[in-house]
Design a protein around this ligand. Structure first.
Ligand code: FAD
Length: 396
C-alpha cells in the first residue's frame, strides 16, 4: 500500500528515501518547505565551522610533533663503565628507529667517558651526543637533568629510552617533568603505530593486565625498561658513527649535592641474580631458611646463583636482592629452576622470558607449570638433591 509518512515527525531530511531498499519512497516539497530546508542546510554549514578549527588544531599539533626526530638512548655509566641495560635499549631502539626511518642516537654524559662512544656505535647507534665534563663525574640529578634537557631542547628527539635502574628512574622522571612530557616506567614491550606514536606496553594492576600506553600530544615520548627485559643486540666492533661534542654551562658551585664518599653495598654479597645464566629459585615450599643450602649446592654445580620468591624474602629466608618478580629483579637466564614456587603472576613477570624454565612443585595444578619448559611434579626435597647428584656423577 501507500507508505505512511508521519508529517509531525518528518523533518524532510530524505534519509528514508535513500535507504529504502525497494526505492519506494518519493518526497516533494512546497516552495515554502524548500526555503526552510535551504535555510536549515545553511545553518548546518555554519555549524560545521568548528570542525575546521579542530583540523587546524590537529595540524598545529602535527607540526609541533614533527619537529622531533630520532630515537635516543641514555648510556648509563658509573666510573666509565656502562650499564648493560643501555646496550639492550640500543637493540630495541634500533628497531624503533628503523620503523619510523630515523637515526638511533646515544647520549653519553660523564667525565672521561669518550670510550663509550665507540661501544655505543658497536651496539647500533649511528650518532653519539657526548658531554664530557668534570661536573658529570658522579651521577647527580641536578647536573644530569640540566644537561639532558639542554640536549632535548637543542636536538629534539622523538623517543627517549632509559634503563629502569636507580639512576634511570631518577633521571627519566626529572627530565619528563622538566620538559613537560609523558613517561612510561618499566615497559616490557615497545613498538610504533602508524601515526609514529610509541606504543609502550607494561603490566598494570599488579600484573593482571598488560596496558599499552601512548603519549600522542607531547614529545619526546619517554620510556624506561628494566635490565634483561630486552635482548642484547649483536656487538659489531668495527661499526662507526658521528660524535657530537657538546658542553653545558654548569657550575660546580651552583650544585647543591656533593658526593663525599662511595660506600659499596655488601648486603647482596655481590650476587647479581639479574645477570646470572643459571638461577635456582626457592619459594615458600622451601619451608625453612636452612633448606636453601640444597638450592645453593645445585646452583654451585651449574655455576649459577640462588634466587627467591617474595614469600621466601618476606619470611626473611633470603635477602631482597635475590627476589625475582615485579617488585624484585627481572631475570632472563639460560635455565631458571623454580623450586616450591607456585607461579603467581607477580613472580612470572620477572622470569617468564628465561630460555628454559624447570618447575618443581608437588601441586600439579600450580600455575608455574603453565610457563615451564619442563615440569616435575613431586617433592622438591627428593628431586633437587637427585638432580645435584646426577650432575656430580656426570662431571666425574
Ligand atoms: P606460595 O604461593 O605459597 O607457593 C608455594 C608452593 O610450594 C606451592 O605451589 C606448593 O605446592 C609448593 N610446595 C610446597 N612444599 C613443596 C614441596 N615439598 N615440594 C614441592 N613443592 C612444594 N612475588 C614474587 O615472587 N616476586 C615479586 O616480585 C612479587 N611482587 C609482588 C607485588 C605485589 C604488588 C603483590 C600483591 C604480590 C607480589 N608477589 C611477588 C607475591 C605473589 O603474589 C605471591 O604471593 C608469591 O610469589 C608466592 O610465593 P611462593 O610461590 O613462594 O609461595
Amino acid at each position: 500500500g501507500e507508505p505512511l509518512i508521519l508529517s509531525e515527525k518528518c523533518i524532510g531530511c530524505l534519509k528514508c528515501v535513500k535507504v529504502c531498499p525497494a526505492a519506494a519512497l518519493e518526497m516533494f516539497f512546497t516552495p515554502e518547505e524548500q526555503r526552510i530546508l535551504e535555510e536549515l542546510a545553511k545553518q548546518q554549514g555554519a555549524g560545521a565551522a568548528p570542525a575546521e578549527e579542530v583540523d587546524e588544531e590537529e595540524a598545529a599539533l602535527a607540526a609541533k610533533l614533527s619537529a622531533y626526530r630520532d630515537v635516543w638512548v641514555f648510556i648509563e655509566q658509573t666510573e666509565g663503565e656502562a650499564a648493560k641495560v643501555s646496550w639492550e635499549l640500543l637493540g630495541v631502539g634500533a628497531e624503533l628507529a628503523k620503523s619510523i626511518n630515523v637515526a638511533l642516537c646515544a647520549v653519553v654524559i660523564g667525565e672521561g667517558v669518550g670510550h663509550l662512544c665507540q661501544e655505543a656505535f658497536s651496539y647500533g647507534a649511528s650518532k653519539v651526543y657526548l658531554l664530557d665534563q668534570p661536573v658529570f663525574h658522579y651521577y647527580r640529578t641536578e647536573p644530569y637533568l640540566n644537561a639532558f634537557c639542554y640536549l632535548i631542547d637543542k636536538y629534539k628527539p622523538e623517543i627517549v629510552l632509559m634503563g629502569a635502574t636507580g639512576m634511570g628512574r631518577d633521571l627519566a622522571g626529572a627530565v619528563a617533568t622538566r620538559v613537560k612530557t609523558g613517561l612510561t616506567a618499566d615497559c616490557t614491550g615497545l613498538d610504533v603505530d602508524d601515526k609514529r606514536n610509541l606504543r609502550q606496553t607494561r603490566p598494570a594492576f599488579g600484573g593482571n593486565i598488560m596496558a599499552t600506553i601512548m603519549c600522542d600530544k607531547f614529545r619526546p615520548q619517554m620510556a624506561t625498561v628494566r635490565p634483561h627485559v630486552m635482548p642484547m643486540p649483536e656487538r659489531r666492533p668495527a661499526a662507526s658513527g658521528e660524535i657530537v661534542h657538546e658542553s653545558c654551562a654548569i657550575n660546580e658551585a651552583d650544585i647543591l649535592t656533593k658526593v663525599l664518599e662511595i660506600i659499596k653495598d655488601t648486603k647482596g654479597q655481590g650476587v647479581d641474580i639479574a645477570g646470572a645464566e643459571f638461577i635456582v629459585s626457592g619459594g615458600r615450599g622451601m619451608m625453612a631458611p636452612e633448606n636453601f643450602s640444597l638450592l645453593q649446592e645445585l646452583a654451585d654445580e651449574l655455576g649459577g646463583v640462588v634466587g627467591a620468591s617474595r614469600s621466601a624474602v618476606d619470611a626473611g629466608w633470603m635477602p631482597h636482592e635475590r627476589q625475582v618478580g615485579q617488585t624484585g629483579k627481572t631475570v632472563r637466564p639460560k635455565i631458571y629452576i623454580a623450586c616450591g614456587i607456585s607461579g603467581a603472576i607477580q613472580h612470572l613477570v620477572g622470569m617468564q622470558d628465561s630460555d628454559v624454565i624447570i618447575a618443581i612443585n608437588r601441586d600439579r595444578e600450580a600455575p608455574i607449570f603453565a610457563v615451564a619448559t619442563y615440569g616435575i611434579v613431586g617433592d622438591l626435597f627428593q628431586i633437587v638433591p637427585a638432580i645435584t647428584d646426577r650432575l656430580r656423577e656426570l662431571k666425574q
